[in-house]
Design a binder for this molecule. Structure first.
Ligand code: PLP
Length: 400
């Protein structure tokens, strides 16, 4: 018997995160002396602000290194509740601190989805939602977003309503959106909430990019609805806003009466989030937001610069993203012209032009095969260098 045959068969349906695979490849190429520009994995290139790092050091020096409450230390849950009060009323007892937003996604979906349930997910999507759904025996149902040339993506609420069956348990909303950089209008957010009320759905909300909203876009949180407790299970975290990806800190918000059950699952998965990192997270929320604001201004500038340069690339349908730090341009014309699939295109760009973008297929659904994702969480110099290489590559491919 092959060793893999002893795995739960569902394990063969789970996909990993392509961003991490390419991260390893890029690191290897750089070690070999290649000058690679990466638009790959989504992590801010800024260091964690100094005052946050200092708070972690202080906690370590004071010996704050043991287990904590699974829900997170009370002061951090209070600080999160204060932060979320910009949106709505959330009590510290409705919050669980997790090891990154990813763990919050896992706990939320695994705790609410039942085998056979259907989960509506916008296509394209951050990869983790459908993996967890499959893992617990639920069925991801992808609802395509609409692509508008020069403008980017939007959702069509009617498509979501049409996809609802008597098995539909919930709907995933990631706003601002990875991988497209879409920010839902408040009217679209209202329409989704209305759908949840009408069909009695759980809205699994991932607002990890809530601070990355640019160019005057209007963002409305799902915690702004007075009845959020009836429908919303909410995820957010520290990785992106405070450039703390390696600290592994996120949180989940749900109505208070389900929290003890969720904690029973959480304690089995990770016991608690790192203790000294939790102390630092209090400083992140209550301390100086200056560095965060500066980083966000910089990302807005980068979005524009990337768009300006990519607009000159034939076969690449660029647009100005309104949020997160991603652009997901259509490259179908390039693929049609060259006969390549998107993986071959990505490999050609990486190994011949030394610039990494992620294949759209890394983002589950059907649409991704015609798109690539750019993360512009990289320096303006690298954006200019990398985007110009892409323009050169596109011209070479389209004009030969
Ligand atoms: N949710 C979305 C939409 C993301 O893009 C990411 C990271 O890329 C995560 C969750 C995971 O965040 P964390 O690093 O806090 O686990």
């Amino acid at each position: 018997m092959k060793p893999t045959q002893v795995l739960n068969p569902v394990m063969h349906e789970i996909m990993g995160e392509t961003g991490f695979t390419y991260l390893a490849i890029v690191k290897k190429l750089i070690r070999e002396g290649r000058d690679v520009v990466s638009f790959g994995i989504g992590q801010p290139d800024f260091p964690t602000p100094a005052h946050i790092r200092e708070a972690a050091k202080k906690a370590l020096d004071e010996g704050f290194t043991g287990y904590t409450e699974t829900a997170g230390i009370p002061e951090l849950r209070e600080a999160i509740s204060e932060y979320l009060s910009r949106y709505g009323k959330v009590s510290p007892d409705e919050i669980i601190v997790t090891t990154g937003a990813k763990t919050a996604v896992f706990i939320a979906l695994a705790a609410f989805l039942r085998p056979g349930d259907e989960l509506l997910i916008p296509d394209p999507s951050y990869y983790a939602y459908s993996q967890v759904a499959k893992f617990v025996g639920a069925k991801p149902v992808f609802v395509p977003m609409d692509f508008h040339e020069g403008e980017g993506f939007s959702i069509d609420i009617e498509k979501f309503e049409k996809a609802i069956t008597d098995k539909t348990r919930g709907i995933v909303v990631n706003n601002p959106h990875n991988p497209t950089g879409t920010v839902l209008t408040p009217e679209e957010t209202d329409a989704i909430m209305e759908l949840a009320r009408k069909h009695n759905l759980v809205v699994f909300v991932d607002e990890i990019y809530d601070n990355f909203v640019f160019h005057g876009a209007r963002f409305k949180s799902f915690l702004e609805y007075d009845d959020w407790r009836d429908h919303v299970v909410y995820v957010n975290g520290f990785s992106k806003t405070f450039s703390m990806t390696g600290w592994r800190l996120g949180y989940l918000v749900a109505r208070e009466d389900v929290i003890p059950r969720l904690l029973d699952l959480a304690v089995s998965v990770y016991s608690c989030a790192p203790s000294f990192a939790q102390k630092a997270a209090i400083e992140a929320l209550r301390g100086d937001w200056g560095p965060v604001r500066e980083m966000i201004r910089e990302f807005e500038r980068r979005a524009k610069r990337l768009y300006e340069i990519l607009s000159e690339a034939p076969g690449i349908e660029a647009y100005l993203p309104k949020g997160a730090f991603y652009m997901f341009p259509r490259v179908k014309k390039l693929l049609d012209k060259t006969g390549m699939d998107v993986h071959q295109l990505v490999d050609k760009l990486l190994y011949e032009y030394y610039v990494l973008v992620l294949p759209g297929t890394s983002f589950p659904g059907e649409l991704g095969k015609d798109y690539v994702r750019f993360s512009f969480a990289t320096s303006i110099e690298d954006i200019e260098k990398g985007a110009k290489r892409i323009v050169e590559a596109a011209k070479n491919m389209m004009e030969t």
